[in-house]
Design a protein around this ligand. Structure first.
Ligand code: ADP
Ligand code: ZN
Length: 518
């Protein structure tokens, strides 16, 4: 066919099978590259439209397009969606009976399938039909799973390296939303498609407002946030299964209907929650990161991170589930030192500990930034934003710098008086003159620093202490009960009159919500 004919055919298939009138940025170029039998590596944010980059070419190839996908749970949905659009597609995985599997192999042999979704661990069972006679194209979805540099490494992906040797003349298309440069080239290397043409889409999702708040009274903040966004769909991401359930319960007590979702639920329970969310019967899901992979729901209006994500890739992917329809959406992250500490503990002892901690540090820097957050986010993905975004909390409430020397002195002298043995919470309790049991038991109410900071709210103290840590005037002893410790620079503030600049804690005015948070 002539180029124009090929293009006409593409547009006609786009309309017939998917109902779209035009391509999104890059989609057409990617599809044309696949059709010209060249390998590609596609880096596109979640919701960017990766699927049709292999589904549309699949229609034009004679044989089957093999789609490697990590999540058996989602294959059925994807295949059902394709079938509903009139495309012959199926999946092959360990959940099927031998006779079902046999039928699928027959359909591949008789070229009665355009797309076949397979989990990497099921590839061995398909060995006999993975030849260039039957397979016209290989798509590797969530390709970052092959790289231990990515954020979701799956050992089963490693065996994909052999595919290219078996199918040297077959076009491969690897797709992921992970754009970190090192991971990108590692993916190409592991898949043995180093020469692949790379298509990197912009990661800027301007419609998502970014906001970070300190994590104290999270539940009450979340309740108010949800009430302000009444009637809208949203996801609250939590670190643990237990938190998802506790939070869903708490929300219910406050008159908000929410469901919990995590990998500990049965397959049926999970499908139910997922389905009722997709069809707007459930508006709010409190979930672990297991929720959302591959969920195609365009009207998620907000994503809240109850806990801090492990890294920026994860954070970005999760907030990307909001606002796929391009309309105004909101991503709210709660920043807590307790979470950072917990995540550090998770990472410790891992074979790639230093690497995980470096990623966590970037996440922490993002959370504590006093410059445009979108700039930081995009720079992580190798993009430069020329102007401040105007749609993040820092842009909306630029931090005001003030002379924080006295405040710094108060904090550091409390650290000193508490013998560098207490964590942030206790330091604040002492500064604020709290009469709680922990303080009284230890006799901290007798100290000179007790109550010298009553005029500042607890969460503001948190904010100020974090700034001191970030500036190196004190540090957290992660291996000693997270006690706050002095550093060599503390002396300069305590004894040598060094000045400290701090930014004023920003207060996001909460609109009045009548009911009390229970
Ligand atoms: P990804 O896999 O990158 O997360 P999907 O392939 O699931 O994204 O696509 C995200 C959403 O965008 C889906 O609802 C899809 O139907 C829609 N979409 C994709 N391409 C187009 C297009 N060219 N025009 C309109 N909508 C599109
Ligand atoms: Zn900004």
């Amino acid at each position: 066919m002539q180029t124009t004919e090929v293009q006409e055919q593409l547009f006609s298939n786009l309309k017939t099978y998917f109902g779209y009138d035009s391509f999104r940025a890059q989609q057409q170029a990617i599809i044309e590259t696949v059709l010209s039998k060249k390998d590609c590596l596609v880096i596109m944010p979640t919701g960017g439209g990766k699927s049709i980059c292999f589904q549309l070419p699949a229609l034009s190839f004679e044989g089957v397009t093999l789609v490697i996908s990590p999540l058996i749970a989602l294959m059925k949905d994807q295949v059902d969606g394709l079938n509903a659009n009139g495309i012959t597609a199926s999946y092959f995985n360990s959940s099927q009976s031998a006779s079902e599997q046999h039928d699928i192999i027959e359909r591949v042999i008789s070229a009665d399938l355009k797309l076949l979704y397979v989990a990497p661990e099921s590839l061995a069972a398909l060995q006999n039909i993975i030849t260039e006679k039957y397979i016209s194209c290989v798509a590797i979805d969530e390709a970052h799973c092959i790289s231990s540099w990515g954020h979701d490494f799956r050992p089963s992906y490693q065996q994909l390296g052999f595919l290219k040797s078996t199918l040297p003349n077959t076009p491969f298309i690897a797709l992921t939303a992970t754009a970190d440069k090192a991971t990108r080239s590692d993916i190409a290397k592991q898949l043995r498609i180093e020469h692949a043409q790379q298509f990197i889409s912009s990661f800027d999702r301007q419609n998502i407002e970014l906001e970070v708040r300190p994590a104290d009274n999270r539940i009450s903040q979340i309740v108010k946030f949800i009430k302000r966004n009444q009637g809208q769909s949203g996801i609250v991401y939590c670190l643990s299964r237990k938190t998802t359930e506790q939070l869903a319960k708490k929300l219910k007590t406050n008159g908000i209907s929410a469901k919990a979702y995590h990998a500990g639920l049965s397959f049926d329970e999970r499908s139910k929650v997922q389905e009722s969310f997709i069809f707007d019967r459930t508006q709010i899901v409190c979930a672990t990161v297991a929720f959302g992979m591959g969920i195609d729901k365009s009207n998620v209006r907000w994503v809240v991170h109850y806990n801090m994500p492990k890294n920026i890739e994860g954070y970005y992917q999760e907030i990307g589930r909001a606002g796929r329809d391009g309309l105004k959406s909101h991503a709210l992250l709660f920043h807590s030192y307790a979470d950072v500490i917990q995540l550090r503990n998770f990472a410790s002892g891992a074979s790639n500990e230093a690497f995980q901690i470096a990623k966590l540090d970037r996440m922490k820097q993002f959370s504590e930034s006093t410059t445009c957050r979108r700039k930081i986010l995009l720079s992580y993905f190798g993009e430069l934003l020329a102007e401040n975004c105007g749609n993040c909390d820092v842009c909306k409430n630029p931090p005001q710098i003030f002379d924080g020397t006295i405040i710094a002195q108060k904090i550091l002298s409390a650290v000193y008086r508490l013998k560098e043995s207490e964590a942030i919470g206790m330091i604040i309790d002492v500064l604020r003159g709290s009469q709680n049991a922990g303080v009284l038991d230890k006799g901290y109410n007798q100290l000179k620093t007790f109550g010298i900071g009553r005029d500042i709210a607890y969460r503001d103290w948190q904010h100020l202490i974090i700034q001191l840590i970030n500036q190196g005037f004190c540090e957290i002893a992660f291996h000693q009960n997270n006690a706050l410790r002095l550093t060599e620079f503390s002396k300069k503030v305590l004894f040598e009159g060094a000045k400290v600049s701090l930014t004023k804690p920003v207060h996001i005015p909460e609109p009045k919500v009548k009911e009390r948070v229970k």
